[in-house]
Design a binder for this molecule. Structure first.
Ligand code: F58
Length: 843
């Protein structure tokens, strides 16, 4: 069996000494894998796929570290300007496949595993996702790291090494249940603990003024201190010797163990410090777009920002001493949303209190070094911390923010000097970083977005429409004062993970057709596919790849739900966090409508209908009640229609639990239609829309986020666009009470309320949320877009019946996806905001 094969393979491989990318002769991969299993895990043959994964990963790790070391030796010598991407989330997913492909070791390791009797794909499947993020924002950070390394840009990510990442979602009787994500138990081959890189991080305590050598200094004495321990996660670029770094911080107690308390018999107290410290990096907050105002979250934010800034300053000082005026020439920080915004106050504290710079000099440096990206228009997601909480946890930072705000409002008073005093006071109050809680006049809040804008050189949104909303609405007051601070940087995704590696069949076809694989890091070359969009023989090959990917998704559905699905059906997908503004509910309503139409049809009419397999996936924040009801509606509707003998050949609906990066890598290549149907003006950008586009998946969507730019690049007529425009939303919301709903809509509401899918009482709030127009409900305007959506769905069916046209469009999508590589996005950040230049080590 496997064992004999394995022994033979090792013997064979030992005879032929291979060389690897490092250039140095090294042990052949099968031998190395076996050695890793033998000496790290005490195993000797007869491995499971999971064993084979660990052996392979620990072998690949060494090549990665060689590349990492070379890169950093080079950067140390060159001392280029660095970009530090500060983010509370990095949604990395799996690393094995990405690493071997990016390092060009795919063939070598696939062969090695084959010789040993294993298949790379199955082995790779044994890896657990690193799910240190919620959704789009976290995955964007991961794509950015891939592009930064691929473009040889000196840059690191900085974040938190959560012990538990995004919760695992399971279904129980069709309801979401959350399970902890225990991802580190079998060890993590993709990280290196840096025992020499640790920093103290303090909380609470008191602030005093002291005279030192005749100069007044501020001394903060925290009441609680923890250690931030660095873990490095090497990030391999593609087709370059560059391997950069994601440095994540783990929280540890200052003293391992309170021996005094332990000896006195108080074991619990002895453990207390450890628990308190470890709590900081214990778990990722599983909210999307509605952050919880919990103190622990602020603690997490300060924890990683404080450690990261100390780390950067200590490296800066090792080379440049205290010449801090040149810090902005050597370092800049991108704040991924407001989560790391405490960096404004922390950099001021480090420069003024610790390094002794005067305030104005420190402020000039700070504002030159920081930049801020906004990812949301949801007002509830714009972070505000109660002054009380901040003052208790970070007393010195609260003082610093007060001083910043005094300076800012004073400056504003001068700047707005021409206004009448009443108007001026109003404008200043509206822009004050510290302001009253509008819902509770007793409480004062620190507005983190305002602090980020005032403390940064550049502020950007993540798609053209979103950046305009940031300028014209969310931060309009600030835009009027600093118009040139505001920019757009349309998101992108890495074409490595999201096309080349997750869809190697399509990648091979593209490379064959274009006669080059250069499109993998120059996606504009994909435009060359336009010439083949109507070519019959190319369409046939294109369609064969899609079919093969659909078969894989069908197998997954079979594994999860036990059902065989019609692989000739249109595969219709909506995968993303569950949120009212993303309107999965609208999708379900149209599925119910389709079901009802099919039920009414004669057998002959049914023969003409386009069969569909609909898939919905996504997690609901644990406290987001309405989102959980939406999931239950999906599963309940699926339970009815998937079993109905009249319709089950023509329509299916499956909820795929535990949607994550790896699942996306299987689903996206198989998708023929994907849904991006947020209320216009609410989805900042979306990034899965770009991944679907790259994989030749047609889009049904609203005129929102990056959908707009995708339509422009693909040809607007190739996209199923429907619904009201962002400019109309405010007016439509005002007219809500008089809105006359479509009779089909009313019918569906009655169906759900009447118990057509069971669980009447549980669905009641869902019906009320969109159907009580008198009280101004349906905030996300599902009813307004309902008819147009059904019409767009009919266009989809008509188009699918014309396979030549469908395939032409599909090819046009991939051909038009060049703009949405995160390489393009990162190049724009590097040129317009960071002013960081490539620095490539020699091979
Ligand atoms: C997402 N935001 C946007 N937030 O919704 C999406 O349109 C955009 O494409 C993406 O960012 C990247 O720019 C998002 O994912 C979060 O997950 C936050 C996590 C922490 C709490 C607040 C929401």
């Amino acid at each position: 069996g496997r064992r004999a094969l394995h022994v033979a393979a090792v013997a064979e491989a030992e005879k032929t000494a291979a060389t690897t990318r490092g250039g140095a002769a090294s042990v052949p991969a099968p031998v190395d894998i076996a050695n890793k299993l033998r000496y790290l895990f005490g195993r000797n043959g007869d491995y499971t796929n999971a064993d084979a994964y660990h052996g392979t990963a620990w072998s690949v790790r060494e090549k990665l570290i060689d590349s990492f070391n070379k890169t950093h030796e080079h950067w140390r010598k060159e001392d280029p300007k660095f970009i530090y991407y500060l983010s509370a989330e990095f949604l990395m997913g799996r690393s094995l496949t990405n690493t071997v492909y990016n390092l060009g070791l795919q063939g070598e390791y696939a062969d090695a595993l084959n010789q040993m009797g294993y298949e790379m794909e199955k082995v790779a499947d044994a890896e657990r996702d690193a799910a240190l993020g919620n959704g789009g924002l976290g995955r964007l950070a991961a794509c950015f790291l891939d592009s930064m390394a691929t473009l040889d840009l000196p840059g690191w990510g900085y974040g938190i090494r959560y012990k538990y990442g995004m919760f695992k979602q399971a279904l129980k009787n069709g309801y979401q249940i959350e399970q902890p994500d225990i991802w580190l138990t079998s060890g993590n081959p993709w990280e290196v603990r840096r025992d020499d890189v640790k920093f103290e991080v303090g909380f609470g305590g008191r602030v005093e003024r002291r005279k030192v050598n005749g100069k007044e200094v501020t001394v903060w004495t925290p009441s609680e201190k923890v250690i931030a321990q660095a873990y490095d996660n090497p990030i391999p670029g593609f087709d370059t010797p560059t391997t950069s770094n994601l440095r994540l911080w783990d929280a540890m107690p200052l003293t391992e163990f309170d021996l005094g308390a332990f000896n006195a018999g108080d074991y619990d107290r002895a453990m207390l410090d450890r628990e308190r410290a470890e709590a900081i990096s214990a778990v990722l907050y599983p909210n999307d777009s509605t952050p919880e105002g919990k103190e622990l979250r602020l603690k997490q934010q300060y924890f990683f920002v404080c450690a990261s800034l100390q780390d950067v300053l200590s490296r800066f000082k090792a080379v440049h001493g205290t010449a801090f005026e040149s810090l902005p020439d050597k370092a800049c920080f991108q704040l991924n949303d407001t989560h790391p915004t405490i960096a404004v106050a922390e950099l001021m504290r480090l420069l003024v209190d610790v390094e002794g710079l005067d305030w104005d000099q420190a402020w000039t440096i700070t504002t030159k070094c920081l930049n801020y990206t906004n990812h949301t228009v949801m007002p509830e997601a714009l972070e505000k911390w109660p002054v009380k909480v901040m003052a208790k946890m970070l007393p010195r930072h609260m003082e610093i923010i007060e001083v910043i705000n005094e300076g800012w409002t004073r400056w504003l008073a001068g700047h707005l000097g021409d206004l009448k005093s009443e108007e001026r006071a109003k404008r200043i109050a509206a822009m004050s970083i510290i302001h009253e809680n509008p819902w509770n006049k007793e409480e004062m809040l620190v507005n983190m977005a305002y602090l980020a804008v005032v403390g940064s050189s550049a502020v950007n949104g993540v798609a053209a429409i979103h950046s305009n909303i940031v300028k014209d609405e969310i931060l309009n007051d600030f835009y009027q004062i600093f118009p040139s601070k505001f920019q757009n940087k349309t998101n992108g995704v890495t074409p490595r993970r999201w096309l080349a590696w997750c869809n190697p069949e399509l990648a091979a076809l593209i490379t064959d057709t274009l006669g080059t694989s250069e499109w993998i890091n120059d996606t504009e070359k994909l435009a060359g596919l336009r010439a083949y969009a109507s070519d019959k023989s190319f369409q046939a090959k294109w369609s064969a790849v899609k079919k093969a990917k659909k078969a894989k998704l069908a197998a997954l559905i079979k594994k999860i739900h036990g059902d065989d699905v019609n692989q000739e059906a249109l595969f219709d997908i909506q995968i993303k966090r569950i949120h009212e503004y993303k309107r999965q509910y609208l999708n379900v309503l149209s599925i119910i409508w389709r079901y009802k139409q099919l039920k009414k049809m004669s057998p002959e009419e049914r023969r003409k209908a386009v069969p569909r397999v609909c898939v919905i996936g996504g997690k609901a924040a644990s406290a987001y009640d309405m989102a959980k009801r939406i999931i239950r509606l999906v599963t309940a509707v699926g339970d009815v229609i998937n079993r109905d003998p009249d319709t089950k050949d023509l329509l299916r609906l499956y909820f795929l639990p535990d949607y994550n990066v790896s699942l996306a890598e299987t689903i996206i290549p198989a998708a023929e239609l994907s849904q991006h149907i947020s209320t216009a003006g609410t989805e900042a950008s979306g990034t899965s829309n770009m991944k679907f586009q790259m994989n030749g998946c047609l889009i049904i969507g609203t005129w929102d986020g990056a959908n707009i730019e995708i339509a422009e690049e693909t040809g607007v007529d190739n996209v199923f666009v429907f619904g009201v425009r962002a400019e109309e939303i405010n007016q439509l919301r005002k007219e809500r009470k008089n809105f006359k709903t479509d009779p089909r809509w009313d019918e569906l509401m009655r169906d759900i309320e009447g118990g057509m899918f069971g669980d009447k009482d549980y669905f009641k709030p869902l019906v009320d949320s969109v159907n009580n127009m008198k009280v101004g409900n349906d905030w996300f305007l599902l009813a307004n877009d309902f008819a147009a959506y059904l019409e767009a769905q009919e266009e989809v069916d008509a188009c699918y019946k014309d396979q030549a046209e469908w395939l032409r469009r599909s090819i046009m999508y991939t051909a038009g996806s060049g703009k949405f590589s995160s390489d393009r996005t990162i190049r724009e950040y590097a040129e317009d905001i960071w002013h960081v230049k490539p620095s490539r080590p020699s091979a």
